[in-house]
Design a protein around this ligand. Sequence first.
Ligand code: ZN
Length: 151
Amino acid sequence: MKIMFRITALLFAAAVAQPVLAADCEFTVGAGDLLKFDVAEMSASAACSTVKVTLNHVGNLNAQVMGHNWVLAKTSDVQGVAGDGMTAGAASGYVKSGDARVIAATAIIGGGESTSVEFSVADLVVGGDYTFFCTFPGHSFVMQGKFKLDA
Ligand code: ZN
């Protein structure tokens, strides 16, 4: 009888967890005319086949002055990716072409614009140390947050 109850409870938990798992695969991040994302931390589920991140620039300044993108890399790679991105320049969206350290990156956008990126988390490590950041020159030092992959 006790076992039966446990199985029922597990099934119930699984049914309830379903929509939560789906929600963990899609994120919306906002940024305005300040060097700040409105999300400090994201936790995606390793069960996601792909993760989709939409970046909304809710400010007024254009992409040349206050451009933002959303780039994901291992925390230890942030400085290198941002430095090479700056060298790559605006034409490359401040991300070096073919940079293997970049897990995902959106285009650079300005006020009122929106962009998104969809990427696989298959090669990411559960519990690994990842950071999302903006590679617009001078932004990465303060404009960043933690990205976690949960089992
Ligand atoms: Zn930025």
